[in-house]
Design a binder for this molecule. Structure first.
Ligand code: FE
Length: 341
């Protein structure tokens, strides 16, 4: 081999190695409504596996959505990780996320937990059952959300305000099941059974029940899971006073919502972004993510924590969650008409 040939091959090998060397700088930018400690370990695993660095920006769900809207096409974000199908739908309507199709995600996530057009994919389930105070309520008295409009629950129910998206989504699911008229008539009676004007978050409803202000609280189960393992003794004591009742088991099932991920309209690291969302849907990620957040895995057949198992199996409403977003404005207006503060 002559000298020239050696130089040629040396240059060729150098050039071929280029992209491999460059892959160390691969990255993906994530806007996350999940707190750092509830997502970072999983992101580190992703980086270790793929060599893709994840730049994490955390914030409150509504604030992140606002940020995406104001940044528009110039946003540095590639992926939005947030809670509630209603909010993911708002992101879609606002035009800040774009559809993508992934055979991996279609296989991993049941169809009711992802957008029909591929704008977002659910990663965990957040159940919103009835919680009752042990000893003060016999679970045999409970059956459905609808039955909570009965007079016997007067002044016995704690639930947060109608400005909260969890309640808006619950009402949207009832509109879908029962229609507007029936749901409005129900809501008017339901509101009369409130033990106090709505205030505070879901934890406050559980505390209200435990302290005797009400006998029933409507709350997402991850709050109860969080209280059960809280450092604060008072929170643990309050949580231990209540039990979970899964409503509507003889018809559509209990209301569930999701946390989910979407590809932003501005995504410059598209392939890495999709790879990250797919990674979050693997059985191992699903197990960690659900357990750490006190939620249920979106993927079927994934191992669950002892706390979740202690509440038993339940039938979830299999309404396609796209409807929660679509019916959100109607739900908000209905709650207002019903006098739900
Ligand atoms: Fe929450």
């Amino acid at each position: 081999m002559n000298k020239l040939r050696i130089v040629f091959w040396a240059i060729a090998i150098f050039l071929m190695a280029g992209p491999i060397g460059a892959s160390a700088a691969e990255e993906v930018n994530l806007y996350s409504a999940r707190k750092e400690k509830l997502i970072k370990p999983l992101l580190d695993q992703f980086s270790a596996q793929t060599g893709i660095m994840v730049n994490l920006v955390t914030g409150k769900a509504d604030a992140l959505l606002k940020k995406l809207k104001s940044e528009g096409i110039n946003s540095p974000a590639d992926v939005l990780l947030t809670t509630d199908a209603g909010r993911l739908h708002r992101a879609k309507v606002a035009g800040v996320i774009q559809p993508f199709h992934s055979a991996v995600l279609k296989n991993a996530i049941p169809p009711q937990y992802r957008d029909t057009e591929g704008h977002w994919y659910g990663l965990s389930l957040r159940a919103r059952p009835i919680m009752y105070v042990k000893g003060r309520v016999n679970p045999s008295e409970l059956s459905s959300y609808e039955a909570l409009a009965d007079k016997k629950w007067k002044n016995r129910i704690c639930i947060r305000s109608s400005s909260n998206i969890y309640n808006q989504s619950l009402i949207a699911s009832m509109i879908s099941a029962n229609g507007i008229k029936k749901t409005e008539a129900w809501a008017k009676k339901f509101v009369k059974n409130f033990a106090r004007p709505p205030k505070g978050g879901d934890r406050d409803q559980i505390k209200g029940a435990a302290s005797g202000q009400c006998d029933i609280a409507i709350a997402n189960t991850y709050y109860l899971a969080g209280m059960l393992k809280a450092k604060d003794k008072k929170q643990r004591a309050a949580a231990n006073k209540v039990a979970v009742f899964w409503p509507n088991q003889s018809d559509r099932g209990s209301h569930v919502n999701i946390s989910g991920a979407a590809l932003t309209i501005s995504a410059k690291n598209r392939a890495n972004a999709i790879q990250l969302i797919e990674f979050l849907s693997t059985p191992k990620s699903q197990e960690w993510y659900a357990e750490t957040n006190g939620e249920y895995p979106a993927r079927k057949g994934v191992k669950m924590s002892d706390t979740l198992n202690s509440w038993g199996k339940f039938k979830a409403d299999d309404l396609n969650l796209v409807n929660l977003g679509k019916l959100n404005p109607k739900a908000v207006m209905l709650m207002d008409r019903a006098g739900w503060k």
